[in-house]
Design a protein around this ligand. Sequence first.
Ligand SMILES: NC(=O)c1ccc[n+]([C@@H]2O[C@H](COP(=O)([O-])OP(=O)(O)OC[C@H]3O[C@@H](n4cnc5c(N)ncnc54)[C@H](O)[C@@H]3O)[C@@H](O)[C@H]2O)c1
Length: 245
Amino acid sequence: MTLNGKTAVVTGSGRGIGKAVAIKLAKLGANVVVNGVSDSADKTCEEIKAFGGSCIVIKGDVSNYNDVEALIKGAVDQFGKIDILVNNAGITRDGLIMRMSEDDWDAVININLKGAFNCIKAATRPMMKQKGGVIINITSVVGLMGNAGQANYASSKAGLIGLTKSAAKELASRNIRCNAVAPGFIDSDMTDKLPDEIKKSYLSAIPMSKFGTTEDIADVVAFLASDMSKYITGQVINVDGGLVM
Ligand SMILES: NC(=O)c1ccc[n+]([C@@H]2O[C@H](COP(=O)([O-])OP(=O)(O)OC[C@H]3O[C@@H](n4cnc5c(N)ncnc54)[C@H](O)[C@@H]3O)[C@@H](O)[C@H]2O)c1
């Protein structure tokens, strides 16, 4: 599997799953554009350059369309095209519905769902022009099964699945594929902050009896980004140790 000569934009790739994806795609030969809202994006890029990979950083908030336009334009200006878009940036603001503030609802929907819409909208034009591309949205098993205390997050991730399938149908004739990866419980900064009892209850529900790693997600993203998956579009691939089946 190679991504030599391809250009990939990975949103929210300063840490966690996004960082693992950026490193994996760079190791397979892609020029990678690391995006994020904090300085950790610079560190990801330094790591990629340390093993000889090709990388630039373009910071920006995916929920802001001007930032997203600058991100996609910057990628095309630097590398001449955009072949792979990974919509990974995401946040949680958990709480029960009756106590959830409008701000917490809006923030999660704006970053997790509208952010992906913004990036797809901006990347579609250059992808159409170059007659091909691949879009991968990082959703969650929570978008498939719901989760108490995560109405905003689960709705954003379920919405992302509808967005994935709609984009796949709209763009298939333009040789642009769009798929989603649904991680289960992955060891990362986002999940580190969950209480131990919640972690234990998840573990007991996972048939493979272990949490996934960020590399497990990166491997599937790499497969979907490559020609190895050239006849796959509009699909959601669960990477969850069997949690949802
Ligand atoms: N960790 C898990 O178990 C898990 C499970 C299912 C789905 N996911 C999804 O995978 C993705 C990555 O999760 P993670 O665990 O690595 O999270 P994380 O919190 O470690 O990383 C998220 C990244 O997104 C960036 N980000 C946040 N807001 C942004 C914005 N407005 N614009 C651009 N970048 C922004 C952050 O700076 C950070 O680098 C998320 O979409 C998350 O919902 C994670």
